[in-house]
Design a protein around this ligand. Structure first.
Ligand code: PFF
Length: 449
C-alpha cells in the first residue's frame, strides 16, 4: 500500500485538482448554459450551489480519499469494512470511462480549430460562415476521429508518466498560464464597444428569467465543473500527506474554478453583445461565435489561438484525472503496471468514443432513446451517473464513516473548529442528498410545471 505515489508539493495538488475541475465545463459549457439559462440569475444560482452543495461534497471526497490512501475502489470497502461499498468506486471508474469517450470528441474539435488557425483557414470570414465552418469541421469523420485520438494520446503520454512527473508538472505550468492569458483576453473583450451590455447580461441577475430547468441545470453544472461524484477527487486526495490543509485546498479550488468560469463569461459575452450575436447560441457559442468576435479585433486570430491553446490545456488536465482514476483502480496503484495499463485504457476509451465522434457526421441520424449517441452518453453521465455517484458519496461519508474519524481527518493539517465541522456535516448529510434527489426527479420528468 505504501507504494502509493504522493504529490510533491501542496500547490501541485491544488493545481492538479483545479486542473481536473477547470475544463470544458467552465469554459465551454458554462457560457452557453448561462446564455440559454438566464444570464446573471443562472450565474448566481451556480455560485450558490457551488458553495452550499459542491463545497461540502468536495471536502467529503478529499477526506475519505486521504483517509483511505488507496485507489477509489478499495477506499470505500476499506473505510466501511465492507466490500459492497466498493460499488461507489466502480461506478466512478465506469463514469470516467464513458465521460472521457465523448469529452475527447470536444477536445478533438479544439485541436482541429488550432490546426485551422495555424493554416490560416479562420481569417477574415463573415459571421455566418463561422457557423458553417463549425458544422463542416465537426461532421468530417476522419479529421474528427484523428483529432480525438490525438487528444487521448496526449493524455496517455502524460498519465503514463505518473503523478509527480506527469500530472503535477503539467498542471503547474498549464494552470497559471491559463489564468494569465484569460485575464488578457478579458481585458481585450472589455475594451470593445458596447462591452458593458455583455457584462450586465452575465452579472446582473434577473430572477424572473429562471425556469425550473435552468435551476436544475445550474445544479448539474456545479457538480460537473468540480468533477464531483466520480471519485476523481477521492483519488487525487489519496496521494496527499496528512499535512495538507483540506478545507483551504477545497476553497482555493472552488475560487479558481469560479474565477475561470467568470472570466470565460467575461471573455465571451461582451463580444457577443458588441457584435450583435445571440447569447443563447448553445454549444456552438465558443466555436462559432468567438472566431467572429476575435476576427474583428486587431491581432484577433493570434488571441484566438492563445485562447484555444489554453482551452485545450484545460480540457487535457481534466482528461488526465479521468484516466488517472481508472489507471489507479486497474493497477491497484502499482507503478510497474502504470504505463501499459494507461495505453490499453486510453485505446479502449477511443474505441468506445468512435460512435460519439461520428454522431456529428455519419451517424447523425442514428438515434437511441431520441438522442444521438453523443447526447445519450452525455445525458447518462451528467444526469444519471454523476448525480448518482454524488448522492452515494454524500451518504457514504455522512453515514458510513464515524464522525470522530471525519473530524480528525478534517483537522489534520488545518485548525478547523467544531462549528465549521458541524455546518459541513449537516450540509453533506441532509442538504446535498435532498438537492440531488430533486435532480433525479427532474430527470424522471416530475417537474414539468
Ligand atoms: N470538471 C471537468 C470539466 O468541467 O470540464 C469535467 C470532469 C472531469 C467531470 C473529471 C468529472 C470528472 F471526473
Amino acid at each position: 500500500m505504501s507504494q502509493q505515489e504522493q504529490w510533491k508539493s501542496k500547490i501541485g495538488f491544488i493545481l492538479a485538482t483545479a486542473g481536473s475541475a477547470i475544463g470544458l465545463g467552465a469554459i465551454w459549457k458554462f457560457p452557453y448554459v448561462a446564455g440559454t439559462g438566464g444570464g446573471g440569475a443562472f450565474f448566481f444560482l451556480f455560485l450558490a450551489f457551488t458553495l452550499i452543495l459542491g463545497m461540502p461534497l468536495l471536502l467529503g471526497e478529499f477526506i475519505i480519499g486521504r483517509k483511505g490512501q488507496s485507489n477509489p475502489i478499495n477506499t470505500y470497502s476499506k473505510l466501511a469494512s465492507n466490500p459492497k461499498w466498493s460499488i461507489i468506486g466502480k461506478i466512478g471508474v465506469f463514469t470516467s470511462f464513458i465521460l472521457l469517450s465523448f469529452y475527447s470528441v470536444v477536445g478533438g474539435w479544439i485541436i482541429l480549430y488550432i490546426v485551422q488557425i495555424v493554416a490560416g483557414g479562420l481569417n477574415g470570414l463573415d459571421e455566418g460562415r463561422y457557423m458553417q465552418l463549425f458544422e463542416e469541421i465537426i461532421s468530417n469523420p476522419f479529421a474528427t476521429l484523428i483529432a480525438q485520438f490525438v487528444f487521448i494520446l496526449i493524455s496517455i503520454l502524460v498519465v503514463s508518466k505518473g503523478i509527480q512527473k506527469g500530472i503535477e508538472l503539467a498542471s503547474k505550468i498549464m494552470m497559471p498560464a491559463l489564468l494569465i492569458l484569460f485575464i488578457g483576453l478579458v481585458i481585450r473583450s472589455l475594451s470593445l464597444d458596447g462591452a458593458m451590455e455583455g457584462v450586465k447580461f452575465l452579472l446582473v441577475p434577473d430572477f424572473t428569467k429562471l425556469t425550473s430547468e435552468s435551476i436544475l441545470f445550474a445544479l448539474g453544472q456545479s457538480f460537473f465543473t468540480l468533477s464531483l461524484g466520480v471519485s476523481v477527487m477521492v483519488t487525487y486526495a489519496s496521494y496527499l500527506p496528512r499535512t495538507q490543509n483540506l478545507p483551504q485546498s477545497a476553497i482555493s479550488i472552488i475560487i479558481l474554478n469560479t474565477i475561470i468560469a467568470l472570466l470565460a463569461g467575461l471573455a465571451i459575452f461582451p463580444g457577443v453583445f458588441s457584435f450583435d450575436l445571440e447569447p443563447n447560441a448553445g454549444p456552438v457559442l465558443i466555436f462559432a461565435v468567438l472566431p467572429a468576435v476575435f476576427n474583428q479585433m486587431p491581432f484577433g486570430m493570434f488571441f484566438f489561438l492563445a485562447f484555444l491553446i489554453l482551452f485545450l490545456f484545460a480540457a487535457l488536465t481534466s482528461a488526465f484525472s479521468m484516466i488517472e482514476i481508472i489507471v489507479a483502480s486497474v493497477t491497484k496503484n502499482n507503478p510497474k503496471k502504470r504505463k501499459k495499463s494507461t495505453w490499453i485504457i486510453g485505446i479502449l476509451i477511443f474505441i468506445v468514443g468512435i460512435p460519439s465522434c461520428l454522431s456529428y457526421g455519419m451517424l447523425a441520424d442514428v438515434q437511441l432513446f431520441n438522442r444521438t449517441f453523443f447526447d445519450l452518453m452525455d445525458f447518462a453521465v451528467s444526469n444519471i451517473l454523476m448525480p448518482l455517484g454524488a448522492l452515494l458519496i454524500a451518504i457514504f461519508v455522512s453515514q458510513k464513516v464515524s464522525k470522530d474519524v471525519l473530524f480528525t481527518e478534517l483537522k489534520s493539517g488545518s485548525n478547523i473548529g467544531r462549528g465549521f465541522f458541524s455546518i459541513w456535516y449537516i450540509l453533506l448529510k441532509y442538504v446535498t442528498p435532498i438537492a440531488i434527489i430533486i435532480v433525479f426527479l427532474d430527470v424522471l420528468g416530475l417537474f414539468n410545471w
